[in-house]
Design a protein around this ligand. Sequence first.
Ligand code: TXA
Ligand code: MG
Length: 346
Amino acid sequence: MEQTQYAPGKSDLPPQQQEQVTAATRILCAGGVVAFPTETVYGLGADVTNHDAINRVYKIKQRPIDHPLIVHIGAISHLDYWAQAIPASAWKLASHFWPGPLTLILQRSRHIPDSVTGGQSAVGIRIPAHPIALALLDALGPEKALAAPSANRFGRISPTTAAHVQQELGANVDMVLDGGACTVGLESTIISFHDESPRILRPGGIALSALEAVLNGPVMLAHNTINPTIRTSGSLPAHYAPVTPLSVYPLEQIGQHALALAAQNFRILIMTWSNIDTSQLSGQSIEQCAMPADPIAYGQQLYAKLRQFDQAAFDYLLVEAPPDHPDWLAIADRLQRASHRLSNNH
Ligand code: TXA
Ligand code: MG
């Protein structure tokens, strides 16, 4: 996927945003927790080196402590301060895609405390491509970094605007920096380097084809990564889930499911990406949302739409299965995880 390269530096920011960054830096240095924008989703940030602040992030998110946090750093020259034994392919990916939506799982250095990785010897690191995040990291300096998971409660949809963070966590965080809507809208691609060969742990903002082009060879999906051709809700952990039950069906099956549910007086939302006319289904209890047929545009909108549908209090969301193409991997992954909750009763 194409991405914008941002040059780090405070001077890029308008004065009002710069003031916000200065205030946020003060809060972080005092051990506070600040939600901040990245190009993927909003993060819930704390100073990597502050044990109490890290614990607060886990508490606010209601996240199990064995789920490690991603460490956000400000420059590629800081990478070997935070990680060690970095494989050549990791350097190659970092120099090509950073700042950008790519997280590298690397052997941690002694500067990364146990609390950040849940005691694991590996740490996830990335440079976010957002001017506010970069200004914040710049202000924190090279010996601090931002440990940040997505700024949502564990298992829920990641926030892609500051308003989403305010609604979900506002009262619990010390500050929410507003950087507008996230341009990618889905979380970063996560790569690990077992035996030096790169594997995708989580598909995300960087497409598989882009990774393979840079590494000049195939990149495998890790076993626990979702296969886009499997469309039934399996035994996967529920994650990235809206409140409203969500099911994914091929287009030709959506109509019959919608009509069956509508006959039981449920309010249904149908979300499609293909331009096929489903207007014959329109009625008081069946509404439709046409999504873009392009995976980048679809990914930008997905989480905001799911939040909107939750607020509109539909009983069921019926989502058209995404195209069986590698560029749709991240979307297929998130939809499949979101649909898990239905597997027991549907
Ligand atoms: O785009 C993103 O990656 C966003 C923004 C804020 O940077 N962050 C994000 O963080 O999605 P989070 O914590 O919601 O998801 C990070 C995922 C988790 O599934 C975690 O288990 C995995 O990364 N992860 C982090 N460190 C890891 C490690 N050392 N080994 C394996 N997985 C790791
Ligand atoms: Mg998350």
